[in-house]
Design a binder for this molecule. Structure first.
Ligand code: CMP
Length: 143
């Protein structure tokens, strides 16, 4: 079963959107297998966004993501990496369609509420930056 790493960014936490964001993935049938608040350090943020190092918005991005707690999550399900990104909507809020999380709730691009891993490699690397295996739960197949 595929796993992905998602996190509600500081703007989503401060706006009280965790519940509604979590619901979108539960409604789709995905399983939340880990979740916790994290106040990211600069080092953890730079590791998380390593692929963006050197881009003009990198410093702003690190400063935004460390500006308050994030809600880090691991989700499980078939094709969850790709489908989670469909549910999130496009990174640029002007391109995010209604019905997606960003299309419905976000108005300014860096403050786009949620991050989602974009490949199996990123999912594994990002997950390991926040969680260890012991923190992930298994769902019963009989309930
Ligand atoms: P995220 O999915 O977390 O991955 C990288 C983030 O960089 C992205 O969401 C945006 O929040 C941010 N980002 C991308 N492009 C820009 C930009 N042009 N200016 C500021 N932030 C950006």
């Amino acid at each position: 079963m595929e796993r992905t790493f998602l996190m509600v960014k500081p703007d989503g936490v401060q706006r009280g959107l965790i519940g509604r964001i979590v619901s979108r993935f539960e409604d789709k049938g995905f399983k939340l297998v880990a979740g916790k608040f994290v106040q990211m350090t600069d080092e953890q943020a730079k590791r998380h966004y390593a692929e963006h190092e050197g881009k003009p918005f990198f410093d702003e991005l690190v400063s935004f993501i460390t500006s308050g707690p994030v809600f880090a999550m691991v989700w499980e399900g078939e094709d969850v990496i790709e489908l989670a990104r469909v549910i999130m909507g496009k990174t640029k809020v002007k391109e995010a369609l209604p019905g997606t999380i960003r299309g419905d709730f976000a108005a300014v691009t860096p403050h786009n509420l949620i991050h989602g891993a974009d490949s199996p490699e990123s999912a594994a690397r990002e997950l390991a930056n926040f969680f260890n295996e012991a923190e992930l739960v298994s769902y019963s197949k009989t309930i």
